[in-house]
Write a protein that binds this ligand. Sequence first.
Ligand code: PLP
Length: 340
Amino acid sequence: MRIDLRSDTVTKPTKEMAEAMFMANVGDDVYGDDPAVNELQALTAAYFGMEDGLFFPSGTMANQVAIKNHTQPGDEIICDQTAHIYRYEGGGIAFNSGASVRLLYGERGIFTADDVVANINSDDIHFPPTTLISLENTVNKGGGICWNESQLSAVCQRAHEHGLKTHLDGARLWNALVKTQQNPLQYGKWFDSISVCFSKGLGCPVGSVLVGTTPFINAARRHRKRFGGGMRQAGYLAAACTYALKNNVDRLAEDHKKAHSIELILRELNAVKEVMPVETNIVLFRTESVEMANAYLAELKQHHILAASTGGGWIRFVTHLDITDEMVNQIEKTLKKIFI
Ligand SMILES: *Cc1c(COP(=O)(O)O)cnc(C)c1O
C-alpha cells in the first residue's frame, strides 16, 4: 500500500468522475462552443456571486492571468511573503506582468488591513504605483490556515478605499469554506477576482477557474490565449470539475478530520519539535534540522509513505480524497515507530 501525502494534487478520478468526463458534451472552447466548459464557468461564477468565469489548465495560469489583467508593467503588488504567487510560480509576476512585489510578514500568511495600508506607495514618481493586493485562503505555507470574515472584509474594504484591486488565490478555498462555513457569496463582494483549483482536494485530474466581472473575464480570455491556455475540447476536463463541485466539496471535512487525527499523534512524539495547529487538510511539523527531516522522509518512504519537505526541518503531509481510514491507521503506526 503506497500512501501519498505529498500533496492533494495526486488524486486520480474515481469511476463516477471518469464516467462524467466520458459522457461530457463538448465543443471547441476557443470558439466558446464547449457546453461542458461553459457550464462549469457559469456554475463557479454563480457559486461566488460573480458575473463570469474562465477555465484554466492550472491554478498558476489563472493567478498569473489575473495579475496580468489587474496591473501594468511597473506597478507594485502587495502580498504575504508566503504567497504561492510569489514563491511558487517561477517568478511569473516579474516575467509575465513586469510588476514588482511588496512583501508583508503576516502571521502564518494572514495580515491586517493596517499592514496593507502601511505598504501602499504614495503618489510620488519615485515609487511604483501600488495597484493590487493578493491574498491566499487557505494559506498553503501557513499550514492550511483560514482567514476569518472580519479579517477578509477589513483587508478588502481598506484596499478598495485606497483604489487597489483585490485578488484571492483560492486554490484551497473549498477547504476554507467547509471549515469555516462562510457564505461563498461574500467572497464575490470582497474580491475583484478569485482563482479556485479543482485538481487539489476536489480530486480532478486538471483544472482551475478564475471568476470576476464580465469585462474582467473577457480581458482574461485574451491573456489566456496569449499564455497558450486556449484549449479545444476542454469539456472532458471541465466535466470532472463540475462533477467535483457537486459531489466532492462537503466531503473535504473528512480530509480535515484525518489531518487532525495525524496532528494529535505527532504532538506526542519526541522527535517532533513543533506542529502547526491543523485547521484543514495540511499538517506541517518541524524536526530537529533539515538533515533530520530528509532522513525521516527517506525512512517514511521505506514504509511506502511519501511526504514533502518544506525547508528548515519542516515536513508536510496533505490529506485528500485517496487517503483512506486504513491508511491513516498505517500512517499513525509508522509515525510512532519512526519519530521516537
Ligand atoms: C497549488 C496552488 C496553486 C496552483 O497550482 P497549480 O499546480 O498551478 O495548479 C496556487 N496557489 C496555491 C496556494 C496552491 O497551493
